[in-house]
Design a protein around this ligand. Sequence first.
Ligand code: GRF
Length: 202
Amino acid sequence: FPIAVLASGTGSNLQAILDTVHGRDGIEVVAVGSNVADAPALERARRAGVETAAFPLADHSDRAARDTALADWIEGRGARLVVLAGYMQLLTPSFLARFPLGVVNVHPALLPAFPGLRAVEQALAHGVRVFGVTVHFVDEGVDTGPIILQRAVELPHAREAGEVFEQIHAIEHALLPEAIRLIARGAVRIDPADPRRVLLDR
Ligand code: GRF
């Protein structure tokens, strides 16, 4: 089951994928792409022997052209699933149309609460006592697609984003690989009666 991963930053989620699902149960990371040429995530991929490429917006005439080049490259590597692991750009509808329900994202909040950027900071500012992580399919909205997995963590006294992120990252590093394993196994499908919902066969 060939997968592509897109990441803009550190790539700790990519690392978790490389360490726990890559090369197991028929799952293989065949491509890691970024919009940032010197993203540490790309270095992690190269160290694992995975093909990488960068698609900075500045190298293309516009977002549509960049996303076409990105989709062509991913398709050329044969990926069946695209995993966003801290990919900090919106994908164009025409990119998503080329991977129908084949793009997943990890978000550091319990959606639909706190979509968008700085979700942990939003949650802290709101004074929540339960934080969490969501893995979801990507649709044309911002963090609005069908939810695959969620995990919560109670941090009733949290005050600093750093302490929350420590817990959130640990959850992400387990939950995103788990979602990939389920998808590769064919255990995740959209409810034919309600396309907003995901059915899990576990
Ligand atoms: C994660 O917190 C993820 O939820 C968000 O971006 C962050 C990426 O972190 N979408 P890393 O680069 O995988 O360490």
